[in-house]
Design a protein. Sequence first.
Length: 252
Amino acid sequence: MPERALSFGTVAEAYERYRPGYPAELFSLVAEYAGRPVRTALEIGAGTGKATRLFAGRGVAVTATEPDAAMLAELRRNAPAGVRTVRSAFEELAPGERYDLVYAAASLHWTRPEGRWERIAGLLEPGGVFACFGGPVRPADPAVEEAVRTARAPFLESDELPAPDGTPPERELRWPGTELRLRAFFADVRQTVFEQRLTKSAQEYVGLLSTVSAYLVLPEAAREEVFRRILAVLPERAELDADITAHLARRR
């Protein structure tokens, strides 16, 4: 897992180009849940700033943290004025400052589980909000999804990450909601799914896959071959499911 967590810097530009952003409705969900002004936020593992722009663009003073130098450079090129960027892993952040909101966009699973929730709680003002959101992007057509799975199979059984706590994918409440409900620091845990459908060219979808850690850690020759095979089974334009699952919790 540490190898996969630190694999993104080699494809920072592709990550910015091919990864989808986040809808305005997500900010509205967080703001309505907070029930009070969200003035300050800490972002865990900001990557190239896809979610940074969502919150900073709506007046939130965001401190965006990112441990990878190449990803951070891409973030700084794209971040709105006023965003504070810090090169740091979540576990290395100095305690002391507290925020109205702490959030993680497709990054929480890369943090170490030991002390994770205590650290997040310590970064939040009383009554502050923790938000976590993300989700895989898959072909919407079951036949296309199966063709991609077959093309990938000699190299990877799956290109997705299992839930860190072992929660099966068919369970209604997903991780990290499953853990948040067990932590005394947090209350009012909620899960919301935003349904999204994207249309991408075959090349764009393979470009997106090129930023997924499961492929990044393959040997270069294997990676090139699996992308060639996937590209060969895709239609010219593919409909993609890109649902976002969001979890919210309030600091007691």
